[in-house]
Design a protein around this ligand. Structure first.
Ligand code: ADP
Ligand code: MG
Length: 419
């Protein structure tokens, strides 16, 4: 099959998704997949990454495997696939053994366009016949930064993706909104991409006011949080641990702020109920660990506040990026005290030593990423302490070609409380 012309790709986009035109970067990625080439797409949150693998699934041969880190994301993508008139299924823990056999049977028979799954599934014996069948037309890795952040910590299943394109003899597309040069190189190396097509859009979010506030102690941290949450509009507060999330939620409740707590300790139904209520506007404030957010498409979040900094600039960028997806002004504020960084350093160094004498390649990878994590923390320290424009620092860090020297909206350029 030849690769379609631009016009026919656009009419397919309109037919399946109802959009008259591509967003920047989408067409190049769709084309790469249809030409059988590996590709990496770095598009900001809301940039339209789903289309880059769903449209090739509609136009190309075979089934498209979409590797996704979270059940909630899979459910969302499944809905989108079906809306786009694609035969779409998801394999996750909520699917019974019978349904699973049925889904795999349809995939093997060539009656499925999109199959969503968690990385853990790839190694399971039930999937082996499909992988060996030659029916897989392409593999897409959504939220591909998880490969790097998780691959060597608590989600080793991502390592099952190593060299998958060679094994299945099909192209691999990796997409993410985290774009540090380090993550980008790591994704390409771990997946074993072969001369990939690379697409990168600007990561600037001009409507976001990025602010850092150094606090003198816990009292000042509270005062800052209360002042920020006194402003109107939906807000997300990120805190580093489940305990701190609950403590912040309880204290906010005593101060008369109705807030909900969200962390990995809640059941799946509790989590999705809370997400739905936040999206519907029934809950104004959510205090959460980093478990919250991926796949939560709420456009009008007016503030993201970090009770304490996360482990890296890119983690902060992802979480803060959930503000202002509607393009209206929104504020992102990190509260920090030097002690917070010491805590993060301790967490990072605990992963730096080899835990179990696992095989050398993995141990080597793990050490490599422990060093990377230490580097990321040092960059975070420079971001928090530095005198430069926050936007300049972040975009420079994300590898943007021509980052601005100043902006009109960060605390360094516009003052601590302007919006
Ligand atoms: P990402 O995964 O990059 O954050 P999504 O794939 O979830 O982004 O898409 C974000 C939003 O943009 C969705 O509402 C989607 O329907 C919309 N969208 C994607 N591509 C286009 C397009 N070409 N034209 C108009 N809207 C689009
Ligand atoms: Mg997405």
């Amino acid at each position: 099959m030849g690769v379609p012309t631009s016009d026919s790709l656009r009419s397919a986009l309109l037919h399946h998704f109802g959009y008259p035109d591509f967003r920047p970067g989408q067409e190049v990625l769709v084309r790469a997949a249809l030409e059988g080439r590996d590709a990496v797409g770095l598009l900001p949150t809301g940039g339209g990454k789903s289309v880059t693998y769903l449209l090739p699934a509609a136009l190309g041969r075979g089934v498209t495997l979409v590797v996704s880190p979270l059940v909630s994301l899979m459910a969302d993508q499944r809905r989108r696939g079906i809306e786009a008139r694609l035969r779409t299924e998801a394999l996750h823990s909520g699917v019974s053994a019978r349904e699973r056999r049925d889904i795999l049977g349809r995939a093997l028979a060539g009656h499925l366009d999109v199959l969503l799954l968690a990385p853990e599934r790839l190694g399971s014996p039930t999937l082996a016949p499909l992988l060996a069948s030659g029916q897989v037309g392409r593999v897409a890795v959504d939220e591909a930064h998880c490969l790097i952040q998780w691959g060597f910590d608590f989600r080793p299943a991502y390592l099952a993706l190593a060299g998958i394109g060679r094994r299945l003899r099909c192209p691999v597309l990796a997409v993410t909104a985290t774009a540090t040069p380090e993550v980008r190189v790591g994704i390409e190396r771990v997946l074993g991409l072969r001369r990939p097509v690379r697409v990168r859009q600007s990561f600037d979010r001009p409507n976001l006011a990025w602010r850092v506030r150094r606090v003198r102690g816990e009292g000042a941290r509270w005062a800052a949080l209360v002042e920020l949450l006194g402003r109107p509009g939906p807000a997300l507060v990120y805190a580093p641990t489940r305990r701190s999330v609950e403590a912040v939620r309880d204290a906010l409740a005593r101060l008369g702020f109705g807030a909900e707590a969200y962390h990995a300790g809640l059941s799946d139904p509790e989590r999705s109920r809370m997400q739905d209520r936040f999206i519907a506007g029934e809950v104004r404030l959510v205090v959460a660990t980093n478990a919250f957010g991926m796949g939560v498409d709420k456009a009008d979040v007016r503030q993201v506040v970090h009770w304490a900094p996360p482990g890296s600039i890119e983690a902060w960028y992802q979480e803060a990026g959930r503000a202002g997806r509607d393009g209206e002004p929104a504020a992102c504020t990190v509260l920090w005290h030097p002690e917070d960084l010491r805590l993060q350093r301790r967490l990072a160094s605990s992963g730096a030593t080899d835990r179990d004498g696992a095989d050398d390649a993995r141990a080597g990878e793990r050490r490599r990423w422990a060093r990377a994590r230490a580097r990321r923390l040092r960059a975070l320290g420079r971001f928090l302490r530095g005198r430069r424009c926050r936007r300049a620092v972040v975009l420079d860090y994300l590898g943007e070609d021509d980052p601005p020297r100043s902006c009109a909206a960060c605390d360094r350029c516009a003052g601590p409380s302007s919006l």
